[in-house]
Design a protein around this ligand. Structure first.
Ligand code: FES
Ligand SMILES: [Fe+2]
Length: 447
């Protein structure tokens, strides 16, 4: 009989890794990311992707939810406009049953409160046109930018001033070749950007059932590539994916904190600052594969991942983990390539449909989706942040939490009167019972 005491989970030592004391995840470090721990509903006053351009054709009205804020979008004369999707009268969503009498307004289908699309002002009430409330109130508007086939919305608090709205570029990854000197990349060509002329963004978005933060941290977690070993594309192309990549230098991560640009971090993967682990002797596990697949990850606020040189040269993968509620997020996976001619565009689109979408954005990244959902119960009540036992490779998440805490433009409050704010609402439960998942889009009322 074995008489040695059983091994049980012990309270961890606060040391994060052996590189340097600066990387210790002690109480003082944790206090530096307290704001992040409070950001269950996301960071507000940031730019987020809302829809692909093709999802909102001329005249169309769509309703979505970001950071617990319901937003209605309408395209008029080519331009997309966005308003808070919560009628000031009794709080219903305008997008649930779109009613537009002209190209300047949107009307609530319930009692006819009518709002100017550009200013959000309450301009009339269909059956009560002289009411003194008219002209005194309205809905918050959200700035919109449309680039490379994507519609972005600046999701803000009601009182956030127009004058303080930053350019979209401040909430997108760093650009190349302007950043090439600072972040040299000898192994691959300069990563394209959505902001480049002739950039094309092709991708998908879908709802994941976990908090956005654990989804985001998975995106640049250098130990998690283990989950991808069996993926079809990895096996089919004989890619060498390390078992993990561990930090071996104090400057393994550089903060991105220019005053006039995005805020986040860049990881120096596949350089001498990180060591790719190809073997675990204890387990007799070795990486097989012939073709190096070099990439680099960075992440900037409000949670935008950039994977350079992925899944092939001249392509970059962007990901967003857009908070919907505190337990759902919209997972955006977008591949960006500069396509200067219609033929180049056609070719990219063909390869997207045949290879990238099925084998990478699904296939490969489906593993990420289930790994994030597997963490959800542990973090759901907020205690996971205190109970996790982190190791050296988690330096990436710790650094991100700190930089995000420091530079976010606001912590979203728990959604008020929105879907998902009350977990046990009878409507939510009915939907689930009927096999309809809580999600990103408004549920339209059928006549
Ligand atoms: S709830 Fe919108 S008009 Fe009454
Ligand atoms: Fe992954």
């Amino acid at each position: 009989m074995n008489t040695s005491p059983p091994v049980r989970r012990q309270p961890g030592s606060p040391r994060l890794n052996t590189v340097s004391a600066e990387r210790t995840n002690d109480a003082s470090t944790q206090s530096q990311y307290q704001p992040y721990k409070e950001a269950a509903w996301g960071f507000i006053n940031h730019w987020y992707p809302a829809l692909f351009s093709e999802e909102i054709p001329e005249g169309h009205v769509e309703g979505i939810q970001i950071c617990g804020v319901q937003i209605v979008l309408r395209r008029v004369h080519g331009k997309v406009l966005a308003l808070k999707d919560q009628c000031v009268h009794r709080g219903v969503r305008l997008s649930a049953k779109p009613l537009c009498f002209n190209d300047k307004t949107i009307t609530c289908w319930y009692h006819g409160f009518t709002y100017d699309l550009a200013s959000g002002a309450l301009t009339t009430i269909v059956g009560n046109p002289d009411d003194p409330l008219i002209g005194t109130t309205g809905l918050t508007t959200y700035p919109v930018e449309e680039i490379a086939g994507m519609v972005f919305v600046f999701v803000r608090e009601d009182q956030y001033p127009d004058a303080d709205v930053p350019p979209l570029a401040h909430d997108l990854p760093v650009r190349f070749p302007t950043s090439s000197e600072r972040f040299p990349h000898p192994l691959w060509p300069a990563a394209p950007s959505l902001l480049d002329p002739a950039a094309v963004g092709l991708g998908i978005h879908r709802t994941g059932e976990s908090n956005w933060r654990i989804a985001c941290e998975n995106g640049f977690d250098n130990a998690h590539i283990l989950v991808h070993q069996d993926n079809t594309i990895v096996q089919a192309l004989n890619w060498v994916l390390p078992l993990g990549i561990r930090p071996v230098s104090d400057d393994c991560i550089t903060l991105i904190e220019d005053e006039d640009g995005p805020k986040g971090l860049m990881q120096w993967l596949f350089s001498d600052r990180w060591e790719a682990i190809l073997e675990n002797k204890e387990l007799d596990v070795k990486v097989e594969g012939l073709n190096g697949r070099f990439y680099r990850t960075s992440c900037v606020l409000p949670g935008v991942l950039m994977v350079e040189n992925w899944p092939e040269e001249h392509i970059v993968q962007y990901e967003w983990y857009v908070p919907i509620t505190d337990d759902t997020y919209e997972y955006w996976e977008v591949l960006v390539k500069v396509c200067p001619t219609p033929a180049a565009r056609e070719k990219f689109s063909y390869r997207f449909e045949r290879v990238y979408k099925p084998l990478c954005l699904h296939g490969f990244n489906d593993c990420d989706l289930y790994a994030r959902e597997a963490m959800q119960e542990f973090y759901a009540d907020g205690t996971g942040w205190d109970n996790e036992q982190l190791v050296a490779t988690d330096v990436s998440a710790i650094t991100w939490r700190k930089v995000a805490s420091r530079y976010n433009r606001g912590i979203a409050k728990p959604g008020k009167g929105v879907e998902g704010a009350t977990k046990t609402s009878s409507i939510r439960l009915r939907r689930v019972a009927q096999g309809r998942k809580p999600g990103y889009f408004v549920e339209k009322i059928k006549d």
